[in-house]
Design a protein around this ligand. Structure first.
Ligand code: G3H
Length: 521
C-alpha cells in the first residue's frame, strides 16, 4: 500500500489491518525516510502460528537441504548488497563504506578481510552440517555400579525413524542382534520458534547471526527488526524469500514496541529469544517465560594501557575502537584507563588522530556521522555536560548540530562523573589516568557491564594476568574489542548479556538436548 513497506508472514508480503504505519526517521536529515507496517497483536498471533506449523516439517528436512537453502540465501544477499547498504545509510546513518561492510558481501577497507553477513550465513550452513551431523553412543557400564544393560544413542538430528528397514545397517550392526530399534534417539533437537530481535546498529548482520543458526538447527524464525533499520532488515528477509524457504519458516513483523513488543517477548508460542540491544533486554529477561535466552546488552569496554605499550598502536586502536560508526557499537572502546606516566603522550597521539576524523554525512563516507536519534544525541550531551561541570578536560571543543556530534576526547575523567560508567553510544570517549594496573582492573570490574576489555602491553605475561582478572566475556590483547570473526565465541558477563554467541555457540544454543535410553532385555 503506497509507500509503506509490507511485513512478511506465511511466505507473503502483507499490509497490516491496523492501517497504521511507523515512520523511520533519517538521522541525518531528521525527516521520514521510510514507513513500515504497524502490525497488530492478532497478526503476531498468526505469524507465530504459521512459524510453529512450518517448523514441524522443517525439523524433518534433511540437514543438507537446509544448508543448501542457506547457501542460496547467502548468495542472493551478496548479489543485493547495494540496496541494503543504501538503506543502512538512510536509516541508521552508517557511513557508506561501513554500510557495505555491514551488508552481505562487504569487504573491509583493506580488501583482505571479507564479507560479513553473507559469509556468516554460509559458514552457519557448513558448521551446522558438521556439528549437527554428529552422533554418540554411550554404554552404561562405564559408570561405576552398572552392567552393560543400557545403551544411550544420540545423534543431533531428531527424525530418523528406523522402524522396519535400517538402510545403513549401522544401528543393527552396533546393537545386539535380537534388538530391533524402532526409533533412534537424538540430542540437539530444535527449540521450535525462535524470536530474533537485532539492534539498530547492525540490523542486518545481527539479524542473520540469529536467523541462520536458528534455521540450520531446524527452528523457524520470527524476526522483529529495530525501527531504525527495519527496511534494511526487510530487504534482507526478501533475499531469504527468494531463496525459496518453506512458507511460514521465516517471518518478519514490524510495529510499535508499545503494541507488539511485550506481546511478542511474552508470547507462549515463542520457544527462544535471541536479543541484541540495550536495557530493554533486562526487561525482556524478567518477563520471558522458561525459555532459553541469548542476550547481548551493551558494554563499557575498557582499554587498559600500561607503561610499556606501543602508544602508536594504542592510539590507532582507540580511534578505530572508540570512534568507528561514531562509537555506536556495543564493543566500542568506552573508557581508556591509562598509566599516568604515559598518559600525556597517549592523549597527544589520540588527539592528533581525532583532528583527522572527517565529520558529516554518511553518504560522503565521513568517519563521524549523525547518531541514530535526537534522544540519543541528547543523552550523549547530558553526559558531556555532567563531565564539564565536574571538571573533565575537554581535548576538543564540544560541538553538535542536530544529531551530529563532533568527536570528543575527555581527559582527566574521574569516577564521580557519569561518563566514567555509562555508555554514551556516541563519539565521546573518556580517559581516566591510573597510577596502578590494579586501579584499572578495579575500575573495569566495578562496572555493571562485562562485555569485552582490552589491554595494551609488550609483556605477554602481564597481559594474560590482567586478562584473567578482568570480569568480561572477552579480553583482547593489543587490539580494540570486537565481536568478530563471527565464529569466535562472543559473550557478555553481568549486565552485558546471557549466554554466548558466535556461530557454533548459537547453533548449539538454539537446540535442546534429548536422549533415549535403550534398555536391553
Ligand atoms: O554492537 C554490537 C555488536 O555486536 C558489535 O559488533 O564488534 O563487530 O562492531 P562489532
Amino acid at each position: 500500500d503506497g509507500d509503506v513497506y509490507k511485513y512478511y508472514s506465511e511466505g507473503e508480503w502483507r499490509s497490516s489491518t491496523s492501517g497504521q504505519s511507523v515512520a523511520i526517521v533519517n538521522p541525518t536529515t531528521r525527516k521520514t525516510a521510510y514507513k513500515v507496517q504497524a502490525c497488530t497483536q492478532e497478526e503476531v498471533n498468526k505469524v507465530i502460528d504459521a512459524a510453529k506449523t512450518a517448523q514441524k516439517s522443517w525439523a524433518k528436512t534433511p540437514l543438507w537441504k537446509r544448508a543448501e537453502l542457506l547457501h542460496k540465501a547467502a548468495a542472493i544477499l551478496k548479489d543485493n548488497k547495494a540496496p541494503i547498504a543504501e538503506c543502512l545509510t538512510n536509516e541508521i546513518a552508517k557511513p557508506a563504506k561501513d554500510s557495505v561492510t555491514e551488508a552481505p558481501d562487504a569487504k573491509f577497507l583493506d580488501l583482505m578481510k571479507v564479507v560479513r553477513s553473507g559469509d556468516l550465513v554460509s559458514y552457519c550452513a557448513e558448521e551446522g552440517v558438521r556439528i549437527l551431523g554428529e552422533g554418540k553412543f554411550l554404554v552404561s557400564d562405564s559408570f561405576p555400579g552398572n552392567e552393560r544393560t543400557k545403551y544411550c544413542l544420540t545423534s543431533k538430528m531428531g527424525f530418523l525413524d528406523c522402524s522396519g528397514d535400517d538402510p545403513t545397517g549401522y544401528w543393527h550392526a552396533s546393537l545386539p542382534l535380537q534388538f530391533k530399534p524402532n526409533l533412534i534417539s537424538f540430542d540437539k533437537i530444535p527449540l521450535g520458534v525462535v524470536l530474533a530481535i537485532p539492534p539498530f546498529n547492525y540490523p542486518v548482520n545481527l539479524a542473520v547471526s540469529k536467523i541462520a543458526p536458528a534455521l540450520i538447527a531446524g527452528n523457524s524464525v520470527v524476526l522483529k527488526p529495530p525501527t531504525q533499520g527495519a527496511v534494511s532488515a526487510l530487504h534482507m528477509v526478501h533475499c531469504f524469500h527468494l531463496a525459496g524457504f518453506p512458507k511460514g519458516l521465516i517471518n518478519c513483523v514490524t510495529g510499535k514496541g508499545s503494541e507488539i513488543g511485550d506481546f511478542l517477548t511474552m508470547h507462549p508460542g515463542v520457544n527462544c529469544i535471541s536479543f541484541t540491544g540495550g536495557d530493554t533486554g533486562v526487561a525482556i529477561s524478567k518477563k520471558a517465560g522458561m525459555i532459553p535466552l541469548q542476550m547481548e546488552l551493551g558494554g563499557k569496554d575498557a582499554c587498559i594501557v600500561l607503561e610499556d605499550a606501543d602508544l602508536d598502536l594504542v592510539a590507532a586502536n582507540i580511534i578505530k575502537g572508540g570512534f568507528s560508526y561514531s562509537g555506536q557499537r556495543c564493543t566500542a572502546v568506552k573508557v581508556v584507563l591509562v598509566m599516568e606516566s604515559v598518559a600525556d603522550a597517549l592523549v597527544e597521539k589520540v588527539n592528533a588522530k581525532v583532528a583527522k576524523l572527517s565529520v558529516g554525512r554518511p553518504e560522503d563516507d565521513c568517519d563521524i556521522t549523525p547518531v541514530v536519534s535526537e534522544s540519543s544525541a541528547n543523552y550523549i550531551e547530558g553526559l558531556v555536560k555532567d563531565a564539564k561541570q565536574k571538571g573533565a578536560k575537554f581535548c576538543q571543543q564540544y560541538k553538535r548540530d542536530g544529531n551530529l556530534i563532533w568527536p570528543l576526547l575527555l581527559d582527566n575523567v574521574r569516577p564521580d562523573m557519569r561518563i566514567a560508567w555509562e555508555e554514551p553510544f556516541g563519539p565521546v570517549l573518556p580517559v581516566i589516568r591510573i597510577s596502578s594496573v590494579e586501579e584499572g582492573i578495579h575500575h573495569c570490574n566495578a562496572s555493571n557491564f562485562g562485555l569485552q576489555g582490552c589491554v595494551f602491553t609488550r609483556d605477554i605475561n602481564k597481559a594474560i594476568l590482567i586478562g584473567d582478572a578482568l570480569e568480561t566475556g572477552t579480553v583482547q590483547i593489543n587490539s580494540a574489542p570486537a565481536r568478530g570473526p563471527d565464529h569466535f565465541p562472543f559473550q557478555g558477563f553481568k549486565d552485558s548479556g546471557i549466554g554466548s554467541q558466535g556461530i557454533t555457540n548459537s547453533i548449539n544454543m538454539m537446540t535442546k538436548i534429548k536422549t533415549t535410553v535403550i534398555n536391553l532385555p
